[in-house]
Write a protein that binds this ligand. Structure first.
Ligand code: ADE
Length: 232
């Protein structure tokens, strides 16, 4: 059981996609307890202001420290790990998803505007996380991505335990081989014969070869990092 508290200016944006399908069921089954909070609820001024101008000048606005400090001080427990979603963070991957899925309590701050006051990062944040080298309007969707990928790794979230073990990025250096289902002949497009041969050795060799081919085509950087890893 993991508890996740999200702090956002758009709490519904985070929650809505997580009500569906596997993550929705994981919540109903009590594998994950998800709370998405309105950051404005921790403001104390009349205008419920969460942002302000940059000290020293510069474009845009920053999230102010007071509401974030107040929220985290209220929500934090002994085993809390605090994450900030930001394009300035370390890039999220399957390894990080696995590590986060073993935590007891996460607080995820969704960055907004040009980011957050740096005192929040220095004093409260354990990990700055980006979901990739592109910029979203705010961190809500990024938080949803992180929550989805760590929740499906919780024991019991996927019906079949093997399905999360066998997939791409369990072996971080190789993508999955192409896959086919019925019909065997669709508009003259045939499923490769080896896959209907029943010969497990040949099927396994074919999958390995095709996985390598696909990785070379779509993600040559993964093969470079595999090469570096074997040399290290
Ligand atoms: N907020 C805006 N863009 C983001 C990104 N790429 N990752 C995480 N949070 C973000």
């Amino acid at each position: 059981m993991i508890r996740i508290d999200v702090l956002s200016l758009f709490p519904e944006m985070v929650l809505a996609p997580l009500r569906e399908s596997i993550i929705g069921r994981a919540q109903k089954d009590g594998l994950v307890e998800l709370h998405s909070h309105q950051l404005r609820d921790w403001t104390t001024d009349k205008h419920r202001r969460t942002d302000d101008y940059l000290c020293g000048g510069g474009q845009g606005m920053l999230l102010k420290p007071e509401p974030l400090f107040a929220a985290i001080e209220e929500l934090r427990g002994k085993e809390t790990y605090v994450i900030l979603m930001t394009p300035q963070g370390q890039v999220f991957n399957q390894q990080t998803a696995r590590e986060l899925s073993s935590k007891k309590h996460l607080i995820i701050i969704c960055g907004h505007y040009e980011g957050v006051d740096h005192r929040v990062i220095e004093k409260l944040v354990d990990l700055e996380l980006s979901i990739g080298d592109y910029v979203l309007t705010n961190g809500a969707i990024a938080a949803t991505v992180v929550i989805d990928s760590l929740t499906r790794l919780l024991p019991g979230a996927l019906g079949d335990a093997r399905s999360s073990e066998e997939e791409s990025f369990s072996n971080p250096h190789l993508l999955e081989a192409p896959a086919y289902t019925k019909p065997i002949d669709f508009r003259g497009l045939k499923v490769p014969e080896v896959l209907t041969s029943g010969h497990h050795g040949k099927i396994s060799a074919w999958k390995k070869e095709k996985a390598l081919e696909r990785t070379r085509q779509n993600r040559p950087d993964l093969l470079d990092s595999a090469h570096d890893a074997t040399r290290a």
